[in-house]
Design a protein around this ligand. Sequence first.
Ligand code: NAD
Length: 297
Amino acid sequence: MSAQLEPAVAGPSAAVKTVAVIGGGTMGNGIAQAFATSGFEVRLVDQRQDLVERALGAIGKNLDRVAKKQSWPPDQAASILKRVRGGVSFEAARDCQLGIEAVPEDLPLKRRVFEQLSNIAPEAILATNTSSISITEIAAAAPRPDRVIGMHFMNPVPMMRLVEVIRGLATSDATAAVAEDLCARLGKTAVAVSDYPGFVSNRVLLPMINEAVYCLMEGVATRESIDTVMKLGMNHPMGPLELADLIGLDTCLSIMEVLHAGLGDSKYRPCPLLRNMVRAGYLGRKTGRGFYEYAAK
Ligand SMILES: NC(=O)c1ccc[n+]([C@@H]2O[C@H](COP(=O)([O-])OP(=O)(O)OC[C@H]3O[C@@H](n4cnc5c(N)ncnc54)[C@H](O)[C@@H]3O)[C@@H](O)[C@H]2O)c1
C-alpha cells in the first residue's frame, strides 16, 4: 500500500480524523499501522506499558520494511509512526471519532471495552474486529448500538485488502456508510456480510484449518506434508497449519467454539489437539511455538 500523508476530506467518513485502537496485539498493531499510513491520528491502548511498547516497536519495524521495499523518502516511516500515540488508559481515546477494539475473542471482554469506550468518547463510532462473535450481542453493551459495527480486518492488516463489514441488528445506514468509506480511504475493499457466526471468511476458513489439525492428530500426514498438499495442490499461499500459527491457536479455538455453539452442528467441533496446544500455551508465532517453532521473540 502506498503511503498517503493526508486523509481525504470528503465522503461519509470525513469527520473521522483520530482513531482509537484498543488492543495492540497481532491485529491491533496492524490496524493502527494501516490507519496511520493513511494519514489518521491513532491512539493505541493496551493493558500494560510493555505491551504498548511492543506494539509500537512492531509498527516501527513493519513501516521500515515497507519504506525499504517501496523506496519511501527518508523520514516518511518515522513521520507515520509519530501519528501513533500509545497508552494504557482509555483516556487516550477521548478525542477519537472512531474506536476499534482488537482485544481477544471474548464476548464479556469486548462488551466491557465498548462500555469504557462509550463513556470516554460518547459520540464515536465503535467498530469491533471480532472474527466470529455476534455484532448485535457486542453492540447491546453500548448506549448507542446504532453506532456499532463489525470491521473484520484480515491478517496481516497492512497487506490484506479485504475488510468484512458486518452490521448488527441496530446498526444505522449512516454508520455502515462511514465504515465502508473508511475502508476505501485505507485502500481496502469492504464486503458487506450478515451477522452470522464466523461471517463468511472464518465460516469457510476455520473448518479447513480444524480439519488439517485432525489430519495431524490422526497421523494422516506430517505437518509439512499437510501444508505442502494445500500449497501445491490447491495453490494456497500458506498451508493451513502455518496459517493457524499466524492467526494464533487461541483465536482459532475461540472461533471454532463460536461456530460450534452458534450453528449447533457437530462438524464445527474443535479438534482435541487444537485444545491441547492452547492449554500448553503453544499459541503459534506470538508465543514462539505452535505447529512450528519460531525464533524467540
Ligand atoms: N489473529 C488473526 O489472524 C485475526 C484476524 C482477524 C480478526 N482477529 C480478531 O481480532 C481480535 C484480536 O485478535 P489478535 O489476534 O490481535 O489477539 P492478540 O492476543 O494478538 O492481541 C490482543 C491484545 O489485546 C490486549 N488486551 C486484552 N485485554 C485488553 C483490555 N482490556 N484493554 C486493552 N487491551 C487489551 C492484549 O494485551 C493483546 O495485546 C480478536 O477478536 C480476533 O478474533 C484476529
